[in-house]
Write a protein that binds this ligand. Structure first.
Ligand SMILES: *Cc1c(COP(=O)(O)O)cnc(C)c1O
Length: 492
């Protein structure tokens, strides 16, 4: 038996490379990432295609691979097609971030493999996460009772919020058909997914109309609320968006909070996109009243420019979260913290989870808050600049002046169908590939949208976009038929 164990130990020993091998791998990764980063300014933001199969050998062999070769094949598979989410040209959907020290933070967290689920295992990691949550709670203006959890993203944070609301509001299975939920067309679809996952699909869902500017119509909300109450139903949850994904619009939070308080509803604010704009003056005025929410979702992988995998949930009273999430397992008995102390696992659907604090703490401490404040302010001004420039150019129909950093617009062609013309315009941007944007439908209209949130997006990217759109729109509108478009794109 001992021989067998020794043999196995020997065979498994490659799992722990020696110091020289490690530093060689580290150096190779350093060179690899430098090549990537140095290539960003001149590179493309989007390349169409879905065929990286050539580069990715599908076999997982018994024997070892070559590190350099693996880096090379991952480069071709990952970097030759699709959206380059690290590029400043990314102005589609809601761009994510990827600031450098966050990656180093992940590296440090992963090398130590700190167990951030319970304080007993890694008090330092838990403390770091709690400091970050406290910092966010202070930004919002939440009281000392507040708490929260660092999640994998906005969707998981919204799900946790909905489950918490359900538990604290006492919505039981037998109540569901009478328990009304209020949201708008602009509410992110992950809230629908969360309602479904939380077993709440059968709650009557009231999609409150939006007024101009794509914000919830608070009067319509009030009317619906009162009608439902008169009909013997129980309104229990309203979801406000602080920055809708479609248009970046912010619902009238104060007015909604007023009604929620009066009628005893849980107010959840989905600020996954817009929440961190509270750091800058231009954003703070728009987010007034957000501290009145029972729960708030923020996405540090959006507004704090972290790489994907960072969301956050804040609740005004941490005991709500604990009541809805905490669980006692026999085998966890040694890890119990003092009464009144909540470890992340007590406040989360997760138990073992990545130590998410390090990727957030390191950049925030290293760069300081002012740098983030400036970057967020810059994004707002870039969106305003884009809106103002295009508004002054004939032919363009602009959506609402941006609340934050999303601009919607379309070109009104002289000779073509508006919707298909604008779809072609988006296609032209994608085929060019230097910059990237996306589109949406608002009241049945095809609308182009620009979302400025990447920390690498600056004036030159926005100017490129403006110039490209204008040139392309004019050129396309002069064409008699819009087929043969591909050729046209190649030659102009
Ligand atoms: C991005 C976003 C979400 C979803 O968050 P993920 O981090 O992608 O899971 C939810 N709500 C809003 C408003 C968002 O912008």
């Amino acid at each position: 038996m001992l021989n067998r164990i020794k043999q196995l130990e020997e065979a498994a020993s490659v799992l722990e490379p020696a110091a020289a091998q490690r530093s060689n791998m580290f150096r190779q990764v350093g060179l690899h990432t430098e090549t990537f980063l140095e290539g960003l300014p001149e590179g493309k933001t989007f390349v169409a295609g879905d065929d990286c199969s050539e580069q990715l050998d599908g076999e997982f062999a018994e024997g070892p691979g070559d590190f350099m070769q693996l880096l090379e094949s991952s480069r071709t598979a990952l970097d030759s097609e699709g959206i380059n989410a690290a590029s400043g040209g990314h102005m589609g959907y809601i761009p994510g971030g990827g600031i450098y020290p966050a990656a180093l933070g992940d590296f440090l967290a992963d090398i130590g493999n700190y167990y951030a689920g319970v304080k007993f295992a890694s008090p330092g990691a838990v403390k770091m996460e709690q400091q970050l949550l406290r910092w966010m709670a202070d930004l919002i203006g939440y009281p000392a009772t507040a708490g929260g959890d660092l999640t994998s993203g906005g969707s998981m944070a919204n799900l946790t919020a909905i489950v918490t609301a359900r538990e604290i509001m006492g919505v039981r299975a037998k109540d569901i058909e009478h328990s009304c939920v209020y949201l708008t067309e602009g509410t992110h679809h992950c809230v629908d997914k969360a309602l479904r996952a939380a077993g709440l699909s059968e709650c009557p869902k009231r999609v409150i109309p939006m007024v101009s500017g794509c914000r919830m119509d608070e009067h319509a909300f009030q009317q619906q609320l009162e009608a439902d109450q008169s009909a013997g139903l129980r309104p229990w949850l309203v979801v406000a968006s602080a920055g809708t994904t479609d248009t970046g619009s912010i619902d009238p939070i104060n007015e909604i909070a007023q009604l929620a308080e009066k009628h005893s509803l849980w107010l959840h604010v989905d600020a996954a996109y817009g929440g961190f704009f509270i750091l800058c003056d231009e954003g703070r005025v728009r987010l007034k009243g957000i501290e009145r929410a029972h729960s708030i979702v923020l996405d540090p992988h959006k507004g704090m420019f972290l790489p994907y995998g960072s969301g956050a949930l804040l609740v005004k009273n941490v005991t709500w979260l604990a009541q809805s999430q905490a669980f006692d397992a026999g085998y966890m008995q040694d890890t119990k913290a003092a009464e009144g102390f909540y470890s992340p696992a007590d406040l989360s659907l997760e138990l073992s989870r990545p130590f998410r604090g390090m990727r957030f703490w390191l950049p925030l401490k290293l760069f300081g808050v002012a740098a983030f404040r400036a970057a967020l302010s810059e994004k707002i001004w870039l969106a305003r600049y884009f809106h103002e420039r295009l508004e002054k150019t004939p032919g363009w129909e602009m959506g609402p002046y941006p609340d934050l950093s999303v601009v919607t617009f379309r070109f009104i062609p002289k000779h073509h169908d508006i919707n298909s013309f604008n779809a072609l315009l988006v296609k032209a941007v994608l085929e060019d590939g230097r910059v990237f944007l996306s589109s949406t439908r608002i009241n049945g209209k095809f609308v182009i949208r620009l979302a400025v949130l990447h920390f690498r997006t600056h004036l030159k990217h926005v100017d490129y976009m403006l110039d490209f759109l204008q040139r392309k729109a004019v050129a396309l509108d002069q064409l008699e038929v819009l087929t043969g478009m591909e050729k046209h794109i190649e030659t102009t």
